[in-house]
Ligand binder design. Structure first.
Ligand code: NAP
Length: 291
């Protein structure tokens, strides 16, 4: 078997186009575009690249992007004061503080200070609670993008066996909640899991979010499985995922490449969340067809 590629770039382009259409409709009705504030503390090169591409995508979608770049030695209190100002700003619908933060700042203090109704990253505990209890809120962008790719590849996910490898707050845990809400039977594996291969052998769906290059081997997979590879690992051979792509493609039914799979969906979902936030805050209905 040779797995069908799951084209994240194409799906993300469609999502961005649908968001841009709705942004135009929203702006006409609300008299202003949706606003996203992105805060970067310090000069971490990877974070700088992410922030720049988020700014570009925001402008391309017709939204208003406000970038706040603060020096690496900014005191935590000063960053919290900026978050307070953004929380109170009526034309800001989404606030994103780029992680990681410098060591002297407690990221939890910052995440928890963001108004949950502007928390378009979905990291605030209130939004984690809303996701766990089925209330509307904001779902973290990467697992939301993974779910969209899974729906496209498999349609109805109900009753399928899903294994999520990784239990981070940003990816693994919200991914498991989303799959549970789709009525999958969900197993969450982590570094203490015994016999990962035994769990994977039963999985119709595998989501790998570990951060270890090519760790998951094709021979561990159930033939025909749908594999979503969240991992981004820089190696001498270039960027690779957490799944060993050559051996996995020989067994899986469908698989995301790295790059070009999950990555493009993350920013597209950030735009989607910002638009949804703007619609809720202004009482403007958003047509979520294509989201
Ligand atoms: P993380 O916070 O480091 O979490 C990694 C998880 O993997 C942990 O739960 C850990 O278990 C588990 N793990 C480690 N070794 C394992 C093993 N041998 N077997 C099974 N599980 C193991 O990472 P993350 O933030 O979730 O990110 C995961 C990967 O996704 C990284 O490569 C990251 O760069 C990538 N990522 C990509 C995007 C995107 O847009 N495409 C977005 C976010 C992250 P314990 O909990 O027991 O330690």
């Amino acid at each position: 078997m040779t797995a069908a590629p799951i084209d994240g770039r194409a799906r993300a382009a469609r999502l961005r186009a649908a968001v841009a259409r709705e942004v135009a409709a929203f702006s006409a009705r609300a008299g202003r575009p949706p606003g996203l504030a992105v805060v970067l503390v310090g000069e971490d090169p990877a974070s700088s690249v992410y922030v720049r591409s988020k700014g570009k995508a925001t402008a391309e979608a017709g939204m208003c992007g406000a970038e706040h770049r603060l020096p690496a030695d900014t005191p935590e209190a000063e960053l919290l004061a900026l978050v307070d100002r953004l929380n109170a700003d009526p034309v800001i619908d989404g606030i994103l503080v780029q992680l990681p933060l410098p060591a002297h700042i407690d990221a939890t203090h910052v995440t928890n200070r963001i108004d949950p109704d502007k928390d378009v990253d979905g990291f605030h505990p209130v939004n984690a609670g809303r996701l766990a209890t089925g209330l509307p809120g904001f779902v973290p962008c990467t697992p939301l993008g993974c779910l969209m790719l899974l729906r496209e590849a498999r349609g109805d996910l109900s009753g399928l066996e899903a294994v999520v490898v990784g239990r981070s707050t940003i990816v693994g845990k919200p991914m498991a909640q989303l799959l549970l809400a789709e009525s999958c039977t969900v197993t969450v594996a982590h570094s203490r899991t015994r016999d990962l291969a035994g769990h994977l052998a039963r999985a119709d769906i595998v989501v790998a979010a570990v951060g270890r290059a090519r760790m998951i081997r094709g021979e561990w997979l159930k033939p025909g499985a749908t594999v979503i590879d969240v991992g981004i690992n820089r190696t001498e051979a270039g960027l690779v995922g957490d799944v060993d792509f050559p051996s996995a493609s020989a067994v899986a039914g469908a698989i995301t490449p790295v790059p070009g799979g999950v990555g493009p969906m993350t920013i597209a979902c950030l735009l989607r969340n910002t638009l949804v936030s703007a619609g809720r805050r202004e009482g403007v209905a958003i047509d979520e067809t294509g989201f």
